[in-house]
Design a protein around this ligand. Structure first.
Ligand SMILES: NC(=O)c1ccc[n+]([C@@H]2O[C@H](COP(=O)([O-])OP(=O)(O)OC[C@H]3O[C@@H](n4cnc5c(N)ncnc54)[C@H](O)[C@@H]3O)[C@@H](O)[C@H]2O)c1
Length: 301
């Protein structure tokens, strides 16, 4: 029997979406998939030049995207987050926000050695930034009298399992994202606004090289890519890789596919979850041996 009603072109058709941390990694892959699924996408990042490159990439890969724009925003500043969300008022208001930007500082360490300024910087971005994004998304959804909305906040598997290689400020910040998201989900459930936390496992990918302009300095100093940080230190790499049942790190695009689901109406009854995308890492006791399973290709690089 044929399906009745209009056939939607994409899974996010008609939705206005904001993605923070959109200049690279998970944010860029998600921007590409959102545009491909028919969303109008506002890409936000603190890094202007990386953002320009990322915007060009999305436009190149999805030339028929309904609308893709970029805005510079430091998510740790409420006025900038408010301006970012309100800039979508003229689009018809925000339907989806992916509060994804976050940092892991190179000087983040254990209880003894983590400098207080690293703790504060990490929490200002990773926790306050997600709070501001959630707050202004709710205000926008109400302002536009929307009866549904999806807010996805990026946490991490380190919010669920302890790591013997410490990064205490980061771990605590991601635990806060998880708890905050769960409570927001319950508070706003009767308004139709869903909140879910994405918990990625360590990823393998390479974000385009960053620039050294003033605004980018913070990022250069604050977000070493895991793979760069591991370099060719095989012992350090193995210490992590051995925990993956699949025998490999995750790819950013695998996170992005999960975010498409959480953003779409397909997940209408998924709310308040710790949405774990980790290849089974947090469920493994002893892991298999043998060659790693195949990984999908990322789009943004
Ligand atoms: N890469 C991993 O292994 C991994 C694992 C678990 C969770 N995560 C989380 O995933 C999210 C995305 O990170 P990624 O892995 O794609 O890394 P990434 O460094 O490639 O992307 C993070 C983006 O956030 C931006 N950003 C940093 N501070 C900002 C600020 N104050 N305001 C606006 N933008 C800012 C950066 O410029 C960058 O483009 C982060 O929250 C991170 O903690 C990553």
């Amino acid at each position: 029997m044929a399906l009745e009603g209009p056939i939607a072109r994409g899974r996010l058709q008609g939705k206005n979406a904001i993605i923070t941390g959109a200049a690279g990694g998970i944010g860029l892959e998600t921007s590409i998939l959102f545009a491909r699924e028919g969303a109008s996408v506002l890409m936000a990042d603190i890094s202007n030049l990386s953002l320009e490159r990322a915007l060009a990439k999305v436009k190149e890969l999805v030339p028929d995207a309904p609308r893709v724009e970029a805005i510079r925003c430091d998510i740790s500043k409420e006025s900038e987050v408010q301006a970012m969300v309100e800039s979508q008022d003229s689009w018809g208001g925000t339907d989806v926000i992916f509060n994804n930007a976050g940092i892991m500082h190179p000087n983040d360490a254990d209880a003894i050695d983590t400098p207080e300024e690293v703790w504060d910087l990490t929490h200002n971005i990773n926790v306050k930034g997600v709070w501001f994004g959630s707050k202004h998304a709710v205000l926008s959804l109400r302002r536009h009298k929307k009866s549904k909305g999806s807010i996805i906040n990026t946490a991490s598997v380190v919010a669920l399992v302890g790591s013997a290689t410490p990064q205490l400020a980061y771990t605590a910040s991601k635990g806060a994202v998880l708890a905050m998201t769960r409570e927001l989900a319950i508070v706003h459930a009767r308004e139709g606004f869903r909140f879910n936390a994405l918990c990625p496992a360590p990823l393998k990918y390479s974000t385009p090289p960053r620039t050294s302009s003033q605004s980018d300095k913070l990022i250069c100093d604050s977000t070493p890519l895991l793979q760069d940080w591991l370099g060719d230190d095989m012992a350090k790499r193995h210490r992590r890789e051995v925990h993956f049942p699949t025998g490999r790190f995750g790819e950013a695009i695998e996170q992005a596919h999960a975010v498409v689901f959480l953003a779409s109406d397909e997940s209408s009854f998924v709310n308040g979850t710790d949405f774990v995308v980790d290849g089974g890492m947090t469920k493994a006791y002893v892991t298999p041996e043998g060659p790693p399973a195949a990984a999908p290709q990322s789009l943004g690089r």
